[in-house]
Structures are given as structure tokens and as C-alpha cells.
Design a protein around this ligand. Structure first.
Ligand code: FES
Length: 148
């Protein structure tokens, strides 16, 4: 049994060897979000072709949980359409890591939010219509950031 504050094996393996760490020059979309709970920052880069995520990379100053969730989210959405990627939930990310300690749940939001923001950025740059749900997510993230 794992204790309440212990990381799963999957978290530790993604943390030690993160997948798709780095950045993309001239990304199709860039998402940047800060975590209000701890002040950590996450940047997520996308290369999109025909609405499909061809490449995805991330950079973060976040903790082990932030690194592991970002790493796993890059694996989960690579090759997917942006529509599919937008359906990605926090829960899916956490489940695919065999869970996170409760005090670390907020860290996982960072990667899901950064992904949403990167897709938002791509749609705006291409003068595309923004789905209502994504517009609301964007507003929530940026409003929170402004108040910080
Ligand atoms: S403590 Fe900051 S992202 Fe986890």
C-alpha cells in the first residue's frame, strides 16, 4: 500500500525520464499557465497539421507531479485531433499515472490547462471559431492569473 503522500511508480518513472521535454520553434500553438497554489509555471508547445497534433513538447518549473502529468499528457494526446485532445480531463491524466497524492492534484491541472491554452492559441492565430467550453476555460485561467 502506498501512503497518502507517496508517488506511484508511474509518476516516478515519468518524473525521472520525462517524455517530450523541451520546446518547439515556431509552434502552431503555445500555452502558458501558472499554478496559483504554488507559483510554478508550465509552457506547452504544439505543432499541428490538419488539426492533428503532430508534435508536443513542454517545459516546466513545476514539481515532480507537474512534470509527470505533463509527460503523460504529451503521450496521451500526440497524434490525436485537437477536438479529441480538448476532451482530455484531469482525471484521465491522473488515472493513467495510477493516481496522485491528494495534495498534488492541483499540479495536474497545470498540464491540462496548458494544453487547452495551446489549442486556444492555435485557433485564435488561425482565425478559427473557439468552442464555447474552451472560451470559458480560457477566461477562467486568464482571469485567475490577472488577480494573482
Ligand atoms: S507544487 Fe507547483 S506544480 Fe506541483
Amino acid at each position: 500500500m502506498r501512503g497518502q503522500f507517496t508517488y506511484s511508480k508511474k509518476v516516478l518513472s515519468h518524473f525521472r525520464k520525462p517524455h517530450n521535454l523541451g520546446n518547439i520553434k515556431n509552434p502552431s500553438g503555445l500555452g502558458e499557465v501558472g499554478n496559483l497554489a504554488c507559483g510554478d509555471v508550465m509552457k506547452l508547445y504544439l505543432k499541428i497539421e490538419d488539426d492533428k497534433i503532430e508534435e508536443i513538447k513542454f517545459e516546466t518549473y513545476g514539481c515532480a507531479a507537474a512534470i509527470a502529468t505533463s509527460s503523460v499528457i504529451t503521450d496521451l494526446v500526440k497524434g490525436k485531433t485537437i477536438e479529441e485532445a480538448l476532451k482530455m480531463t484531469n482525471k484521465e491524466v491522473i488515472d493513467s499515472l495510477d493516481g496522485l497524492p491528494p495534495i498534488k492534484i492541483h499540479c495536474s491541472l497545470l498540464s491540462v490547462d496548458a494544453l487547452g491554452e495551446a489549442i486556444y492559441d492555435y485557433l485564435v492565430k488561425n482565425n478559427r471559431e473557439i468552442p464555447k467550453e474552451l472560451e470559458e476555460r480560457h477566461r477562467r485561467i486568464t482571469t485567475l492569473a490577472d488577480h494573482h
